[in-house]
Design a protein around this ligand. Structure first.
Ligand code: AMP
Ligand code: TRP
Length: 339
């Protein structure tokens, strides 16, 4: 029998275990996964091989890995229904990454803006792994023949590259092996900005803790951060028009709408003629309600991580099964000895 459209879909996504999980990670990615898992088969990875591309994280990687796993489950990802696992536990990721790197022109990688941002001025000293990071990401997705990838807006370019790589491989071997993965970048908070500067995205690596709401922040911290979040001296906006010139305001409205599951227009209508102080109070209550539920559940899971570890071990077994089958087929396509 033909598979239904939903049955034929496979969702894959991941978060790097680099510490300071924040509201941007939740609203831009994890919150959407919680909805998607209801209808579709999903694989959620903790991408530790990606996390070692920046060297400031390596001695905390185990702690951060468990923290991301806890955040997935605490946010509502069902570990029975979905596969949750750690990237380095499935060797197929590294293996496929090499194969795909042989089908990725350097010119494509030279366009990647994230590398340019992260490498900074001294590109000569940047690690090769940081440069080939997007090829490993393509391997993550394609290893499972995933069809859909829900991420925040900052990953759009990497996903376009994954699509190009899938097509390049299929073309080269004249096969239809890899599906061309579709990005899912949805919701009102696809790009959550820093609370201090509306031109920068909220980021784990921002040296200022005031720039982000961490999933581990307590109510007092969240309240203070929102109170101090940058705004301007103009009144609460009356429409979405011209909000591009007020990025900090737009950001707070988007965060509010994302948590409320309504549109920015509705949020504006609701707070029209109210002052910012009032809006910020309501916003911080909303954030506190959601984040404190997640963080207390995370604390519980992290107190005794036997359960958490057992999820990750089972997850890697399930992921490995799919990966091994696909790698076998792939080796046959290439024509390697023994395949
Ligand atoms: P990372 O922390 O880089 O591993 O990102 C994990 C997921 O969170 C990816 O899907 C990102 O696109 C998403 N993400 C990270 N930062 C933000 C942000 N500021 N706004 C929206 N989504 C984000
Ligand atoms: N590069 C992604 C990020 O920084 C994380 C990631 C790695 C990923 N592999 C992936 C996301 C595969 C989606 C699918 O956010």
């Amino acid at each position: 029998m033909e598979k239904s459209e939903e049955e034929a879909k496979l969702i894959f996504s991941g978060v790097q275990p680099t510490g300071n999980l924040h509201l941007g990670n939740y609203l831009g990615a994890i919150k959407n996964w919680v909805e998607l898992q209801k209808k579709t088969k999903c694989i959620f990875c903790i991408v530790d091989l990606h996390a070692i591309t920046t060297q400031d994280n390596q001695n905390r990687i185990l702690k951060n890995t468990r923290e991301v796993a806890a955040a997935y489950i605490a946010s509502g990802i069902d570990p029975k229904k979905n596969i949750i696992f750690v990237q380095s536990n499935v060797t197929g990721h590294s293996e496929l990454s090499w194969i795909l790197s042989c089908h990725t022109p350097i010119g494509w990688l030279n366009r990647m803006t994230q590398f340019k941002d992260k490498a900074g001025k001294n590109k000569e000293r940047a690690a090769l792994g940081l440069y080939s990071y997007p090829v490993l990401m393509a391997a993550d997705i394609l290893l499972y023949k995933s069809t859909h990838v829900p991420v925040g807006e900052d990953q759009k370019q990497h996903l376009e590259l994954s699509r190009d790589i899938a097509q390049a491989f299929n073309r080269y071997y004249d096969v239809n092996f890899f599906p061309v993965p579709e990005p899912i970048i949805t919701g009102n908070a696809t790009r959550v900005m820093s609370l201090k500067d509306g031109s920068k995205k909220m980021s784990k690596s921002d040296p200022s803790d005031q720039s982000r709401v961490n999933l581990s922040d307590d109510s007092e911290e969240i309240k203070k951060k929102i109170q101090k979040a940058k705004t301007d001296s103009e009144p609460f906006p009356s429409s979405l028009e011209n909000l591009d010139d007020r990025p900090e305001i737009k950001n707070l409205i988007n965060i509010f709408s994302s948590l409320k599951n309504n549109s920015p227009e509705e949020t504006i209508a609701q707070y029209l003629s109210k002052d910012f102080k009032y809006f910020k109070e309501e916003l911080s209550n909303l954030i506190i309600e959601r984040v404190s539920k997640i963080s207390s559940e995370m604390q519980k899971l992290l107190r005794d991580y036997t359960y958490l570890d057992s999820i990750l071990i089972q997850g890697s077994e399930r992921a490995n099964e799919i990966a091994e089958t696909n790698i076998k087929e792939l080796k046959k396509i290439i024509g390697f000895f023994g395949s």
